[in-house]
Design a protein around this ligand. Structure first.
Ligand code: ADP
Length: 231
């Protein structure tokens, strides 16, 4: 079963009686263990698409299946539950709590899931290990480099054991060295754990690392480029 399957999905926003068609009929499949990059100009619909893939929103028309469930038929709490079970989010701006240790930042999603404290700390420490920050669990984001902060954010996304990681410009605030390191970690999680990675990027060399590049334009998928199979 595909992780995510979108069939002729549209999303229109209505503002002051005016309708904006952000997505105009997008069909897309994210397979288990996939690695896809979404590119396209500003305003083309990338964020709208990521919000839909991440169960933060529902299509206006069309069908969106996440983990085999039809998003359009779920109420808000069912959608939130599906999102928590399936999706991890990574943002350009990290979105960490500045005065909270790495361990507590990473453990936070488990609080909302009712996981007990000792178990939360154990799982958060494991997730920080997985991003090579096992030695920094007591540090706060203010004491860390941008690359380290993004790795904490990846650990937080990972701690709920999602099958899909959605990353919106994950290297957008990082220099090349830190950006490379973050990409290396996403790729290792993809290879070793089979977590599907879908990222949005403006950087051609970042996009080129994915197995598939999806180019969005004016609310439509304009082109899909598959990377050549490694020989
Ligand atoms: P991108 O991420 O590629 O920049 P977006 O998905 O953010 O594109 O936006 C696609 C289109 O939808 C744009 O015209 C944008 O102005 C519009 N849009 C996005 N979000 C909203 C919203 N919440 N309300 C109204 N219009 C929106």
């Amino acid at each position: 079963m595909a992780e995510i399957e979108a069939v002729e999905v549209t999303r229109s926003y209505r503002m002051d009686g005016v309708s904006v068609d952000a997505l105009r009929g997008v069909s897309l499949t994210i397979e288990e263990g996939d690695y896809a990059a979404i590119i396209g100009p500003s305003g083309s619909g990338k964020s709208t698409l990521m919000h839909l893939l991440g169960c933060l929103d529902r299509p206006t028309t069309g069908t969106l299946l996440v983990g085999g469930r039809d998003v359009g038929t779920l109420d808000d709490s069912e959608l939130a539950e599906l999102r928590n079970q399936t999706i991890g989010f990574v943002f350009q701006s990290f979105q960490l709590l500045a005065r909270t240790t790495a361990l507590d930042n990473v453990a936070l999603p488990l609080v909302y899931r009712g996981v007990r404290r000792a178990e939360r700390r154990k799982r958060a420490a494991e997730a920080l290990d997985a991003v090579n920050l096992g030695h920094r669990i007591g540090h706060k984001p203010t004491q860390m480099s941008g690359g380290e902060q993004q790795r904490v954010a990846i650990a937080r996304a990972l701690v709920g054991e999602p099958s899909v990681l959605l990353a919106d410009e994950p290297t957008g605030n990082l220099d090349t060295v830190n950006g490379d390191e973050v990409m290396g970690i996403l790729e290792r999680l993809n290879k070793e754990r089979g977590v599907a990675v879908v990222l949005v990027t403006h950087e051609a060399d970042i996009a080129a690392r994915a197995r598939r590049i999806i180019r969005v334009r004016d609310g439509l998928i304009e082109a899909v480029a598959e990377a050549p199979e490694p020989s």
